[in-house]
Design a protein around this ligand. Structure first.
Ligand SMILES: Nc1ncnc2c1ncn2[C@@H]1O[C@H](COP(=O)(O)OP(=O)(O)O)[C@@H](O)[C@H]1O
Ligand SMILES: O=P(O)(O)OC[C@H](O)CO
Length: 651
């Protein structure tokens, strides 16, 4: 009998893989090619979509040849892809409009900040499940349409098309300019910020908010469906599934039931929890996203904690610093020391993703002393992934009301035993890894195989899951809590690096929030000493922030009414510009704020560290963020007003 296979394409951030699987879910052949990472400016990350397509045309025939298979032996093809990465191309020539803008790229920072101030901003998360951030596609489309002459008109006419990578590859595989099928799957569409999470269609309100013409968008289809048949590269193969790579990994790990979760450790790391057929809104900085949709069945949703920089921190250690020559060497180097020596690396290279969502944050190495060696730095690199996972799991537990009891893992970084042990230690739950490490590809293959009846049902797929590795928690709880507190302190230092920190995502630790305000206030006073600074803008920000911080602190953290009344000085500062009275008010405020910061950081914040649990601090953080955001909005909208019963005191 002729062997039949399922083909998976995993179009990832660093490489593209083509894998053939057999009916037992075993890997039969694998071909892979890396593509170039372009970093034209700090914070910019680009890929050449044509290079990725060319790579695909090489690896597909190679994977077939290695398995000794003809295209006719491939029952179906499933595609998994890096999500959010934005490609625009000309429908007639098939050529991309510039390079693809990658999910890690932060160039839309200012666009996002401007959008956040627009009237519809509050509705965005409600409609699409995502916070306004540089991570997603819609701000990138807007950025491109605004900056490329004539592009908007071409997009409105449908001459220029948008797609994420699965869309681009399907269009090319099915003929490109000669009748290529322009579709996206629902999981990828759920990462654009343009799809309504409930109707699973492009949403007019979101399209208007981001200024994206409908004519350029692909049709949204389920994750499993025969979208078309390949007419190029290996003609005659049915393209029967597509999923964002993290959703594919959820599928490949057979997390089909609500409550099941996995974390994929690759360039970035992504923890997804299946929440069933109703979307669960997050109040702790998680994303609400589509997990998968099988044919016409109801969509299954997921909560996701996305960590932008994990494996790529190891790459940076290798390529940027040259301290190792291959990724696995990081473990050897880290094992030359017994702990991190007090050193923490917070890799906010693309801002901070979940649960913080601070696009303006940038990375930091904290706790340096002359004791620190490259071994300690290697440990800090690996531990950064562990602590980010801990933050995400805490937030995920708080959002879902469930307590994660085991973590299923996969991806390139799971080859690192030291790291996997550390993850088990900081989460205090067992970590397990399945036999097939290529879970993303396996998930795409499973979905495609199901779609064409190669595999009959989900239960059969579950039976293919076998445990290959397990790590059990061993860390002393007191050490875990102490180090976690230090990690969070280091995280707080990254906020507001490129510009004022935004109103914090609900659910952030109150200590981080208060400290972030303090750092910004210090910065504003410093900037105001510069005669060439934009004084009006700085004063407006300072007075709004100071009033909001004072009210939120006294309402949420201490008894109202204590301390020095700063309201009159704030009014003088805003009302009269740079005259003598305003200068005096500014000096007085600076002194009061300076004392407040020192007293609060030595006293109240340490007291909270000692006495409040992580959950209590998150709760206080939510209350603080809400009160503060309300007061900032009030101050921006109507200027400063004294409200009866709400003294503006700093103590
Ligand atoms: N032994 C290791 N220890 C730590 N990190 C590793 C190790 N091996 C690979 N990595 C990291 O894992 C990432 C590759 O994982 P992979 O799952 O292939 O990523 P992606 O699918 O995002 O391209 C790289 O960023 C690399 O630095
Ligand atoms: O290519 P990966 O595996 O790093 O995954 C990237 C994610 O899909 C980004 O959201």
């Amino acid at each position: 009998m002729v062997q039949r296979y399922v083909m998976a394409i995993d179009q990832g951030t660093t490489s593209t893989r083509c894998i053939l699987f057999d009916a037992r879910g075993r890997l039969v052949s694998l071909a892979q090619r890396e593509h170039r990472q372009h970093f034209p400016q700090p914070g910019w990350v680009e890929h050449d979509a044509t290079e990725i397509w060319r790579n695909l045309t090489k690896i597909v025939p190679r994977a077939l040849a290695d398995a000794g298979a003809e295209p006719g032996q491939v029952a179906a093809l499933g595609i998994a892809n890096q999500r959010e990465t934005t490609v625009l191309w000309d429908r007639h020539t098939g050529l991309p409009v510039g390079r693809a803008i990658v999910w890690q790229d932060t160039r839309t920072d200012a666009v996002v900040e401007q959008l956040a101030r627009e009237p519809g901003a509050a509705r965005v998360r409600e409609l699409c499940g995502l916070p306004l951030a540089t991570y997603f596609s819609a701000p990138r489309i807007r950025w491109l349409l605004e900056r490329t002459p004539g592009l908007r008109e071409r997009a409105e006419r449908g001459d220029v098309l948008f797609g994420t990578l699965e869309s681009w590859l399907i269009w090319n595989l099915t003929g490109g300019p000669e009748g290529g099928v322009h579709v996206t799957d629902v999981t990828n569409a759920s990462r654009t910020m343009l799809m309504n999470l409930r109707t699973l269609s492009w949403d007019d309100e979101l399209l208007a908010f981001f200024g994206v013409p409908r004519a350029m968008l692909p049709r949204i289809r389920p994750s499993t469906e025969v979208y078309g048949t390949t007419s190029r590269v290996a003609p005659g193969i049915r393209i029967a599934a597509a999923l964002g790579d993290q959703q594919a990994a959820l599928f490949g790990q057979t997390c089909f039931a609500p409550g099941e979760a996995k974390c994929t450790y690759g360039t970035g790391s992504f923890l997804l929890l299946n929440t069933g057929t109703t979307p669960v809104p997050s109040t702790h900085g998680m994303l609400t996203t589509v997990g998968f949709r099988i044919g016409d069945e109801p969509a299954v949703y997921a909560l996701e904690g996305s960590m932008a920089v994990t494996g790529s921190l190891v790459q940076w250690f290798r390529d940027g610093l040259g301290l190792i020559s291959s990724a696995p060497e990081i473990e050897t180097l880290a094992r030359t020391v017994s702990d991190n020596g007090g050193c923490y690396i917070v890799p906010a290279f693309s801002g901070l993703f979940a649960p913080h969502w601070h696009s303006e944050a940038r990375g930091i190495i904290a706790g340096l002393t002359s004791y620190i060696t490259k071994g300690h730095l290697a440990r800090a690199v690996l531990e950064a992934t562990g602590w980010q996972t801990r933050e995400v799991v805490d937030a995920m537990n708080a959002d879902s009301g469930l307590t994660l009891s085991t973590l299923r893992v996969d991806g390139g970084m799971t080859a690192d035993n030291l790291l996997m042990q550390f993850v088990a230690d900081v989460l205090d739950v067992p970590v397990v890894r399945p036999m097939v490490a290529e879970t993303v590809s396996l998930g795409a293959a499973y979905a495609a195989g199901l779609s064409v009846g190669y595999w009959p049902d989900l239960e059969g797929l579950r039976r293919n899951w076998h445990r290959a590795g397990q790590w059990l928690p061993e860390m002393d709880p007191a050490r875990r809590e102490l180090e976690y507190a230090q990690w969070r302190q280091a995280v707080g230092l990254t906020f507001g690096w490129t510009r004022p920190a935004p109103a914090a995502a609900p659910g952030t630790d109150v200590i981080d929030l208060v400290q972030a305000d303090h750092r910004r206030l210090e910065e504003l006073f410093r900037e105001l000493r510069n005669d060439e600074a934009d004084r009006g803008a700085l004063v407006a920000e300072l007075t709004a922030l100071l009033a909001a911080h004072a009210i939120a602190t006294s309402r949420v953290l201490r008894s109202a009414g204590a301390g020095v009344d700063i309201f009159t000085d704030l009014l003088t500062l805003t009302g009269t510009g740079a005259d003598v009275d305003a200068e005096k008010a500014l000096l007085r405020l600076e002194r009061v704020v300076d004392e407040h910061i020192r007293a609060e950081e030595r006293g109240l914040l340490n007291q909270l560290r000692r006495t409040a649990t992580a959950a209590e601090r998150l709760g206080l953080g939510r209350a603080f963020a809400a009160e503060r955001a309300r007061r900032v909005d009030q101050a921006r909208a109507g200027g400063l007003r004294r409200e009866p019963g709400t003294p503006v005191h700093l103590s």
